[in-house]
Design a protein around this ligand. Structure first.
Ligand code: ATR
Length: 287
């Protein structure tokens, strides 16, 4: 990488942001696409996130990703917010268009792209989504938008209810909800085509936990986990052992990054290069 006075600066804001995969993934993409751009991590506290748009203008930062805990708070500072991001209620990608600071959400489209690449079309399918936290929002809106029959199961049932109501209000179709308890899981998963985990259960260091007992998994249930560390969660391993098709969280991470890259550069993302960079990092980090 040859950084000069003309190099364009991109980055990610979050707190913490030190372990983000995005710098490795986006710098590999810039290099492969032969673009004079660099991507860095900016640790930004909750108190300072209000200065995000002004800082981008002042320092001529061309684009940012936004991660925990700023995806909602950052919205107030932006000049414009894309319709999908407004529906989802969170922004993960910002573009500086000649001083106009515009927010997008590529988490939802990234997740959907991971599904379509795996040959899964959720239109008319029954989908059970576990979790109703920050990560669940983009997934729930995108699934409903794509015509899935969605039920949300969450440990705190009131959060599942709130998200189900919100998503239902933008769609003609009713979104169901229930507590994340064994009996509800058994009932809902038995008739589902797709199971999506958006909870943090199974994430390192809690690698022996799973949000869904193995006995409920079947060969004809598509299982997706948005957790990417470890690459193979217990849920995914147990799904594979019964012959179920699976999609891991790394694919969503890569696809949301690819779509952010395209918003910033207008150039098709070198997805394979990005995948390799993430996999190298994650397999190294897993050891
Ligand atoms: P994120 O932004 O990563 O989604 P979050 O907003 O804190 O983080 O949400 C975490 C999700 O994982 C929530 O759905 C949470 O359930 P609650 O809403 O009941 O807290 C879920 N979760 C975390 N730990 C869990 C556990 N041990 N069992 C079941 N669900 C859990």
């Amino acid at each position: 990488m040859n950084i000069t006075g003309k190099t364009k600066v991109f980055g990610i804001i979050g707190d913490p942001v030190m372990h983000s995969m995005s710098p490795v993934m986006q710098n590999a993409a810039f290099e492969a696409a032969n673009l004079d751009c660099v991507y860095v991590a900016f640790p930004v506290s909750r108190e300072s996130v209000g200065q995000c748009a002004d800082s981008m203008r002042t320092l001529q930062i061309h684009g940012l990703n936004v991660t925990v805990p700023h995806k909602v708070a950052v919205m107030e500072t932006l000049d414009e917010i894309d319709t999908l991001a407004r529906h989802i209620g969170a922004v993960n990608t910002i573009v500086n268009r000649n001083g106009s600071i515009v927010g997008y959400n590529t988490d939802g489209p990234g997740f959907m792209r991971a599904l379509t690449d795996a040959g899964l079309d959720v239109y008319g399918k029954t989908v059970v989504m576990l979790g109703a936290g920050g990560a669940a929002r983009a997934v729930a809106y995108s699934l409903a938008e794509a015509g899935a029959h969605l039920t949300i199961l969450n440990r705190s049932v009131e959060r599942a209810e709130a998200l189900a109501m919100e998503v239902s209000s933008t769609r003609s179709e009713h979104v169901g909800y229930a507590p994340l308890e064994h009996a509800c899981l058994r009932e809902r998963v038995s008739t589902a085509h797709v199971l999506v985990n958006t909870t943090s259960v199974g994430m390192s260091p809690d690698v022996t936990s799973t949000p869904c007992p193995a006995e409920l998994l079947r060969k004809d249930l598509f299982v997706c986990d948005i957790v990417y560390h470890p690459l193979q969660t217990r849920l995914l391993m147990e799904a594979e052992s019964v012959g179920a098709p699976t999609i891991g969280g790394a694919e969503m991470l890569i696809q949301q990054g690819a779509q952010a890259f395209e918003l910033w550069t207008g150039v098709p993302a070198p997805v394979e290069v990005m995948r390799r960079a993430v996999m190298e990092r994650l397999t190294g980090a897993a050891g």
